[in-house]
Design a protein. Structure first.
Length: 578
């Protein structure tokens, strides 16, 4: 538009005065010519101060001069209005962020005389942007720090956003995963199920929790994930994709599978073992048991489940059982005992040896008892038969030639048969007042003690141990010893029994043989003639020193060597013939 100076001033003043937002007019050299009251309020300067070129030139913060210059240059070059941002420094020193719209007024031949700037205070917008950015940064940091994988996909199942945890979980880089379709890392057998689950979320708009399926990592290994999925909507409320949390539950699933297999395995074992297994609550009501318990007591599973142990217990024994279990509850120590007689459904009685321990829940709280019950009815009958025939077998012990003895835990004799007394030169009464240490040679005492200790700790017998003993007259004999534990009715070791076989004569013969062999071996090594022995295959089993010297081998090299190793092949037939 073309205006003379006076009319221009009137026009511009009329133009900017009624505008409610800050507005200024500057000359071609960027001098401030006109401004409205809103601009004065924005800067904090009055009209006289704004008329000072120094003040007006210092309004724009220095770091924004370059962007302002570029905006004006582009305006001059294109003639099109421009929008840019900058900051003013107010009179009080504070800064205000601004968005500026600039356009130009021309006069003849498009020569620019004035610039008009329409200014918007964007402090609030900047604060909102800053808060939004801080919020996004905060939640982005949370997403990157969380162990679970967060992801967003479009309706086709392609990744549009995810955190680093997802990259680590699948083994792909961020660049590789971006835009990847779920079918790439989902096994074929799971892909259709995953599609149906996501389709349900799309159709209903409702989130889906605990979708469990397999995923294939970049290296080919498989993991199991558990996904929680929800729909993503645009501003119109239209579903445009899905977001979700993915948890790697591979270890948990494997543990659950292992637990299932373990439970099936041990349930099978419990049903196959001969011992009865049972669990009760704190009141003694059955909560679990195997089939052996049913067979042993003669009740069906339905009849026994939830029933109290008193159903098969004599009334006079109930209190005894309660006291035993109460003691176990108090001390926490397992209980192993011969339980009182149990009454079967048909009225017959059986006996059992029970090993009972406390049953606890996940918190470690005692919720009941578990036990292994071994039927010892037959053993009880056998024990009675053994008790009745003990004297008969004691007589047999006294008639055998091998020695037999029993000692307590301190090593004091409690019984010995006739043979043992005879070669010890003690009577039974004398032995009962003595310890094994008095009938054992001094160099053997510690060894025998360790044998007793070994049997006590392991409960296993020791057999074929050669030892020496000291007779009453001071002479020494040799014996072959076997030791086993003696246990009471509770199964506790209360002593040891031993069987001895006098091998003094055999030892003397062995010593004579050893001396004889040593004597003749010395003779063989001292003669000058070669001497050797072969087995039927021609392997050397014995050679003397002369034979070694003749061939130049050591004894160790020749033993096991075949005659063919030192004979020419043409001699083989003749040697075989001989």
């Amino acid at each position: 538009m073309e205006l003379n100076t006076t009319k221009q001033n009137q026009f511009i003043t009329g133009l900017i005065k009624p505008v409610s937002q800050p507005m200024i007019v500057t000359a071609a050299d960027r001098r401030l010519l006109h401004w409205n009251a809103a601009f004065s309020r924005l800067t904090g300067y009055n009209n006289k101060e704004l008329g000072d070129p120094i003040i007006s030139a210092g309004l724009t913060a220095p770091e924004w001069h370059e962007s302002e210059r570029k905006a004006f240059e582009k305006l001059q070059r294109t003639g099109k209005s421009q929008i840019f941002q900058k900051e003013y420094i107010r009179k009080n020193g504070t800064r205000v962020p601004l968005e500026v719209l600039i356009y130009q007024l021309s006069q003849g031949n498009s020569k620019v005389h004035y610039y008009i700037e329409l200014i918007t205070d964007i402090t609030e917008r900047k604060n909102v942007d800053k808060a939004l950015r801080q919020s996004e940064d905060k939640y982005r940091r949370i997403l990157e720090q969380m162990r679970e994988s967060y992801f967003e996909v479009d309706l086709a199942g392609r990744f549009t956003f995810f955190n680093d945890s997802l990259c680590r979980g699948l083994g792909y880089s961020r660049e590789e995963l971006m835009g990847m379709n779920y079918k790439v890392y989902t096994p074929t057998e799971d892909a259709e199920r995953v599609f149906q689950a996501y389709n349900q979320v799309y159709l209903t708009g409702e989130p889906l929790s605990l979708l469990t399926f397999n995923q294939i990592r970049k290296d080919g290994t498989r993991i199991v994930v558990e996904n929680s999925v929800y729909p993503l909507q645009n501003e119109k409320g239209e579903i445009i994709g899905f977001g979700g949390i993915s948890r790697n539950v591979t270890e948990r699933v494997r543990a659950e599978q292992a637990l299932t297999r373990s439970e099936e395995k041990y349930r099978t074992i419990l049903e196959d073992i001969e011992e009865g297994y049972y669990e009760t609550d704190l009141d003694g009501n059955y909560t679990f048991f195997n089939d052996i318990i049913c067979k042993k007591l003669g009740y069906s599973r339905e009849e026994l489940m939830g029933v109290n142990f008193r159903i098969h217990t004599d009334p006079e024994d109930v209190q005894k059982i309660y006291e035993a279990y109460a003691e176990m509850y108090r001390t926490g120590k397992p209980l192993k005992w011969y339980s009182p007689a149990q009454i079967r459904k048909d009225g017959t009685r059986i006996f059992a040896e029970d090993s009972v321990s406390l049953l606890r829940n996940e918190k470690g709280e005692i919720i009941g008892y578990r036990g292994i019950s071994h039927d010892i009815t037959q053993r009880k009958q056998i024990e009675e038969a053994l008790r009745q025939s003990e004297e008969k077998y004691r007589t047999i012990l006294n008639e055998i030639e091998d020695g037999y003895f029993e000692v307590d835990l301190a090593g004091n004799y409690t019984f010995a048969n006739k043979a043992y007394c005879q070669y010890q030169n003690y009577t039974l009464d004398e032995l009962k007042r003595a310890s094994y240490k008095q009938t054992t040679s001094s160099r053997e005492v510690d060894k025998i003690f360790h044998l007793f200790n070994q049997v006590y700790k392991t409960g296993e017998p020791v057999k074929n141990y050669d030892s020496t003993y000291t007779r009453r007259d001071g002479s020494t004999g040799f014996l072959e010893l076997a030791i086993s534990p003696i246990k009471d009715e509770k199964g506790e070791i209360i002593g040891f029994r031993g069987v001895t076989h006098d091998i003094t004569e055999r030892k003397q013969m062995e010593e004579s043989l050893r001396r004889s062999e040593e004597r003749y071996r010395t003779i063989m090594d001292e003669i000058h003639d070669d001497y050797y022995e072969n087995d039927l295959a021609g392997n050397y089993t014995f050679v003397n020193d002369a034979f070694c010297r003749t061939l130049g081998y050591t004894v160790q090299e020749l033993i096991g060597m075949n005659f063919r190793d030192i004979r020419p092949p043409e001699d083989y037939p003749k040697i075989y013939e001989e």
